[in-house]
Ligand binder design. Structure first.
Ligand SMILES: Cc1cc2nc3c(=O)[nH]c(=O)nc-3n(C[C@H](O)[C@H](O)[C@H](O)COP(=O)(O)OP(=O)(O)OC[C@H]3O[C@@H](n4cnc5c(N)ncnc54)[C@H](O)[C@@H]3O)c2cc1C
Length: 261
C-alpha cells in the first residue's frame, strides 16, 4: 500500500503568540516549531498500515525551508521518503492554495491512501485534506478514529477497501466502508505514538526529500484582515439538583460543552 501523509509545521504550544504591528501575521522571529499534533497520529497510523500490509510511506509538507525539520523528524520515525513544496512567499496561503500545491505534488505518485491531520494546531481550518481529495478526484472521510483494510492483497480477488470509524458529536461514532484510493483526516489519539530512535535519526539523514516547486496560478480565496489574541474570560455556572444529578450534569457539560473529557 502506497501511503502519503501531509505534515504541517506549526508553532509549539508553549510559544506565546505575538502579533505584528500591521496585525496581519504573527511576529515569527523567535518562534520554535513542531509537528502538528494530529499529523503525528496520521504518520503513526500510516507506519502501522505499512507494517501490516507492506508498501511505503511518503511524507509531504508545504512551506519555507524550515519545514524540512518536521519532514526529517517523520523520516526518523520511519517514513521512507519526503516531498517538500518549498516556497518562502505565501505566509498567508490559505487551505485552498496549500491543498492545490500538495495535490499537484502528489498527483503523479498515484497513492492508494492519503492521510492528513484533522486540522492544524495554528490556523485550524480543517479544510486542507478535504480540498486535496477534491482536487485529486478521490473520496474522503473526516475525523477518523480507526482504520481497517478489508480484502488486502491476499489473493482473494476482491478489491481492497477501507472500513473506517468516524467521530461524531456527543460521543457517537459512525462506521463507513470506502474504496481506494481515498483520503482520511485523522483525529488525535487514534493510536500510541512512537518516537524516533537514534538508529532512525541516523537513517533519516540519508533518506530523500524531493523538492517540488509551488505550481503557478494558485490564488488564495481568503485574506487575513486582522489577527487578535483571545482575551481571558471567566464564567461561573451553578449546577442545581441532588449531588448525583449535579455530578451527572457536570460530566455532561464538561464532555459536551467544555469538551474537556
Ligand atoms: C508554499 C507554501 C508556503 C507556506 N508558508 C507558510 C509560512 O511560512 N507560515 C505559515 O504559517 N503558513 C504557511 N503556509 C500556509 C499554511 O502552511 C497552511 O497550509 C494553510 O494555512 C492551511 O490551512 P490550515 O493551517 O488551517 O490547515 P488545516 O486545513 O487545518 O490542516 C489540515 C491538515 O492539512 C495538512 N496541512 C495543512 N497545511 C499543510 C502544509 N503546509 N503542509 C503539509 N500539510 C499541511 C495537515 O495534515 C493538517 O493536519 C504556506 C503554504 C504554502 C503552500
Amino acid at each position: 500500500m502506497k501511503i502519503a501523509v501531509c505534515i504541517k509545521q506549526v508553532p509549539t504550544r508553549e510559544w506565546q503568540p505575538r502579533i505584528r504591528d500591521d496585525k496581519r501575521w504573527i511576529r515569527d522571529e523567535d518562534v520554535s516549531y513542531e509537528m502538528n499534533e494530529p499529523d503525528a497520529y496520521a504518520l503513526e497510523e500510516a507506519l502501522r498500515l505499512r507494517e501490516t500490509h507492506g508498501g511505503e510511506v511518503v511524507v509531504c509538507a508545504a512551506g519555507p525551508a524550515r519545514v524540512q525539520q518536521v519532514l526529517r523528524e517523520a523520516l526518523a520515525r520511519g517514513a521512507d521518503r519526503a516531498l517538500h513544496v518549498e516556497d518562502d512567499g505565501p505566509q498567508a496561503a490559505d487551505a485552498r492554495v496549500t491543498a492545490g500545491a500538495l495535490a499537484a505534488a502528489m498527483r503523479d505518485e498515484q497513492f492508494d491512501l492519503i492521510l492528513t491531520g484533522l486540522q492544524s494546531d495554528d490556523q485550524g481550518h480543517a479544510q486542507t485534506g478535504v480540498i486535496v481529495a477534491e482536487r485529486l478526484g478521490i473520496p474522503h472521510s473526516t475525523i477518523i478514529m480507526e482504520v481497517q483494510v478489508e480484502n488486502p492483497s491476499t489473493g482473494s480477488g476482491q478489491a481492497a477497501r477501507l472500513r473506517v470509524k468516524r467521530e461524531l458529536e456527543g460521543g457517537w461514532f459512525q462506521w463507513l466502508t470506502m474504496p481506494l484510493p481515498a483520503l482520511l483526516t485523522i483525529q488525535s489519539g487514534i493510536n500510541q505514538l512512537r518516537y524516533a530512535t537514534l538508529k532512525g535519526i541516523m537513517a533519516a539523514k540519508k533518506k530523500e526529500i524531493r523538492k517540488v516547486p509551488l505550481p503557478a496560478g494558485l490564488a488564495p480565496s481568503q485574506e487575513i484582515v486582522a489577527l487578535a489574541l483571545p482575551s481571558r474570560t471567566k464564567q461561573t455556572q451553578i449546577i442545581g439538583g441532588s449531588p448525583q444529578e449535579a455530578a451527572r450534569e457536570l460530566v455532561r457539560r464538561l464532555r459536551e460543552e467544555a469538551r474537556a473529557l
